[in-house]
Write a protein that binds this ligand. Structure first.
Ligand code: NAP
Length: 331
């Protein structure tokens, strides 16, 4: 079986470039006992992939010349694993490639009866909808009437996080770059207000949108945006660090929040989390998300790029802001 895979050619310094990756042909060896042959249908384009290109990365470091790490959904083409049969849909760490030969034990068989398989990367995805739900419901513990601000709000986690907070009774303000994303937040995602951080006076826009201050900040970006929001938090605010996409391409030290003294001054908390912490709650979280999706109370628009050759460009798009909702590649 022939496959095409995206390979890391060199460790990027600063901004990721498409040319840091290349696409190569590979001939897959015959299946060993316990393995399955997969045709990959959708690849999730996630911010954490960029972090794996650095030495000592939290999610593991990608080897030069190896297939880039990626979560995906796939169809089983052939199986020598007892739990999976030809035609089954799976989710797993399939890698950025068109086909893969993997141990069946590391894959999760998908039930496609309620939602299509690719939803396991988006609205039901561990690194997307489930992260948003865990961060809002379990970490921020949103209460009715909270004023909630979300950064990178028009992205995958952000789009879900805004709607989860709305469904839990909050007033939600999304921060994103550009007027098209502000329109998307207001008209597609249902935010109460939208703030364009690429326009002038982010602090003034925020205080106009949240005149009574901010109770919860769900931060995907870090850096300057985190500092500006910290100056507007309320007494007992909860600042939830989901990620810091502004810092992933930095050379040198990560920039920490200069205004962190607002945390003690406001008797506030700053809590970080990874979705993996909530492994015991995955079934409950998936059930809650599915119920909202089927009831029309949670949706995640998808942007799907066609062809494995588009994967390097799609990954750079996460940092240049060229997509809305969930970005995927259909190889
Ligand atoms: N804690 C966890 O377990 C967990 C799990 C998954 C993901 N995450 C985190 O969730 C965040 C979102 O990830 P995602 O995969 O859903 O990506 P995404 O939000 O779909 O894409 C990233 C977005 O970040 C914005 N952005 C990029 N550089 C920026 C900058 N310098 N300043 C401000 N905004 C910037 C861009 O939107 P604009 O056009 O608005 O700039 C871009 O669309 C990431 O921080 C990721 O690490 C955390």
């Amino acid at each position: 079986m022939q496959s095409k895979k995206v390979v890391l050619l060199n460790r990027p310094v600063g901004a990721l470039k498409e040319t840091d990756m290349g696409v190569f042909d590979e001939t897959l060896a015959p299946l060993e006992p316990g393995e399955v042959l997969l045709e990959i249908e959708h690849l999730s384009v996630d911010a954490f992939i960029r972090t794996t290109f650095d030495e000592g990365a939290f999610h593991g470091t990608a080897g030069l010349g190896q297939a880039v790490m990626a979560l995906g959904t796939a169809r089983v083409v052939d199986s020598r694993f007892d739990g999976l049969n030809q035609g089954d849909a799976i989710f797993g760490p399939v890698g950025a490639q068109t086909h893969a030969k993997l141990p069946g034990a590391m894959l999760q068989k998908l039930d496609e009866s309620a939602l299509p398989a690719r939803c396991s990367l988006g609205v039901l995805g561990l690194a997307t909808g489930m992260t948003a739900y865990a961060g809002m419901a379990k970490v921020a513990q949103i209460k009715q009437g909270d004023t909630v601000v979300v950064s990178a709000a028009a992205g995958a986690v952000g789009s879900c996080a805004c709607q989860v907070a709305k469904n839990l009774g909050a007033r939600v303000i999304g921060i994103a770059g550009g007027s098209a994303k502000a329109d998307y937040l207001l008209n597609e995602i249902g935010c109460d207000a939208a703030v364009d951080y690429k326009a002038d006076d982010l602090a003034g826009q925020l205080s106009a949108a949240a005149p009574d201050g901010i109770d919860v900040f769900f931060d995907n970006v870090g850096g300057e945006i985190l500092d500006i929001v910290l100056l507007q938090i309320n007494e007992r605010a909860r600042v939830v660090i989901c990620g810091a996409v502004s810092q992933y391409e930095r050379t040198g030290d990560v920039r920490g929040p200069s205004n962190y003294l607002k945390i003690p001054e406001k008797n506030a908390s700053m809590l970080g989390f990874t979705v993996m912490r909530f492994a015991e709650d995955y079934a409950e979280i998936q059930a809650a998300i599915t119920e909202w999706v089927l009831a029309g109370k949670l949706k995640l628009p998808e942007q799907i790029e066609d062809g494995i050759e588009q994967f390097p460009k799609a990954l750079t798009m996460l940092f240049s802001g060229g997509h809305m909702g969930k970005l995927m590649v259909a190889p």
